[in-house]
Design a protein. Structure first.
Length: 449
């Protein structure tokens, strides 16, 4: 079991981080100590905040009185809620925080279930609780807990709290809904993108497809998302899965929020600046598409090219795994648009640098969805503003019957939908997707005749 002890000055920040996950159905409050509940035995953030107030009001000198602890069992350990509660209580008691108020949150947003504990490190008199040598004390306590509860040793594992070790969806492995759910929950939370096509490109490297769906149920218009498993060629396999059957956190409204927050963050932090020199160097040195993609992957960047039936590249999306940001090529700059790469690879040269075996191995790891060796940031944008437009998530029965319509090319009322209107390449993509859909309809019609 790996314990991570974080200290800070904002109780509100620690509570809102965990509560947002509760609101998105990917976490729940499992247990508490000296924290008030309402008359129905439920928690609300106002009462939770008040429970810590006397301790913080008494604090005089401690600059970082907030504790935010995560306890991470080995991925092979499947623990009942009662066991997690017992472990949390015992850990806090042995660390000297047993008499403090604290909340225990269980996080389900990634396959490895783990808990977060929010507490304070000052007592009711304002005196700071001794935290000397906390790292070694915590390590000793987690080893004792592993032995007591017969857990797998996990001290040598490199856990990333917010970036799980994701794998491509494997249709043959079964339980497709769970595989898709684990991936889309983590990717929606962790990455920044400003359109549905960018989100689609990100999911595609994990063999997941997503489409926008719209229709009418009982006289009410709705929009939603539908996820599908993909094979290695990008073809849909199996039955589609409604976002509403997974979680609100991966639905249409959540996507709108992510797009709104990502646009501002990408602009404010100038996240495109890291990727430009990487692209420039690859364009200058590589004219072969496979070598070009491999060079980008070596620098922690994936690229998804979209082609029509004539193998003309009409779209290029870049995924920066270090900044966890997704960009349509033309939004980075005109010199990175789809036409540039179509011309680049048409004029392929044979005299190109050859990747070393080590570089090829790193590329294969990333292509297989293993991003462990890429240095990803831990800070996530968890304060996405609500969109101005009120859009309802797809009803649970909204994808059945004749009123369901899944848009090829994601068009609504003859034009690009809100989530498609981001970048010049996407008009070409929408046109290509329409043509592909028309070709498929003609083929189906031909088979029926």
């Amino acid at each position: 079991m790996v314990a991570k002890i974080g200290k800070g000055s904002s109780l509100f920040g620690a509570l809102i981080y965990n509560n947002r996950k509760v609101e998105n159905d990917v976490a729940k409050i499992l247990h508490s100590n000296k924290v008030m509940q309402d008359r129905n035995g439920e928690y609300n953030m106002q009462l939770c905040h008040q429970s810590f107030a006397p301790f913080l009001a008494a604090n005089k000198r401690t600059e970082e009185p907030i504790l935010h602890i995560s306890l991470n069992p080995h991925p092979d350990d499947v623990l009942a809620n009662e066991q997690l509660i017992a472990i949390a209580d015992e850990y806090m008691q042995k660390m000297g925080f047993g008499e403090q108020p604290y909340l225990v949150f269980k996080h389900d947003d990634i396959e490895r279930k783990h808990i977060h504990i929010v507490s304070v490190n000052v007592d009711e008199t304002g005196r700071k609780i001794n935290d000397f040598n906390n790292f070694h004390r915590s390590k000793k306590i987690t080893k004792e807990l592993e032995e007591k509860y017969k857990l797998h040793p996990a001290d040598k594992l490199n856990y990333s709290e917010d970036v799980p070790r994701l794998k491509k969806v494997d249709y043959e492995a079964g339980d497709i809904k769970k595989q898709i759910a684990n991936n889309v929950k983590a990717l929606m939370q962790s990455y920044r993108f400003t359109s549905l096509p960018e989100y689609r490109a990100l999911l595609s490297i994990y063999n997941i497809g997503v489409e926008e769906a719209s229709g009418e149920v009982r006289g009410k218009q709705y929009r939603g998302l539908v996820y599908s498993a993909l094979d290695n060629e990008g073809n849909k396999i199996g039955n589609p899965i409604k976002s509403s059957s997974i979680a609100k956190s991966v639905g249409y409204a959540a996507l709108l929020k992510k797009v709104a927050s990502s646009e501002k963050l990408i602009k404010d932090k100038q996240l495109t600046e890291r990727i430009k020199p990487i692209l420039d160097e690859a364009i200058q040195n590589y004219r072969n598409r496979q070598s070009f993609e491999a060079e980008l992957l070596r620098n922690g960047v994936s690229v998804v090219f979209r082609e029509n039936e004539d193998r003309r590249i009409y779209g290029a999306t870049f995924i920066d795994h270090e900044n966890r940001a997704v960009f349509n090529g033309s939004k980075i700059g005109k010199e990175y648009s789809a036409n540039v790469f179509h011309t680049l690879f048409q004029n392929s040269r044979e005299e190109e640098p050859v990747l070393s075996n080590q570089e090829i191995g790193n590329v294969e790891n990333i292509e297989n969805g293993n991003t462990e060796n890429i240095h990803l940031p831990l800070a996530l944008d968890i304060t996405a503003p609500s969109p101005e437009q009120d859009v309802s998530e797809t009803p649970t029965d909204g994808l059945s019957g004749n009123k369901y319509e899944q848009n090829s090319g994601n068009e609504v009322s003859g034009g690009l939908s809100l989530l498609e209107q981001h970048g010049t390449d996407y008009e070409a993509e929408a046109f290509a997707r329409r043509k592909e859909a028309e070709a498929k309809r003609r083929k189906r019609k031909g088979r029926r005749m």
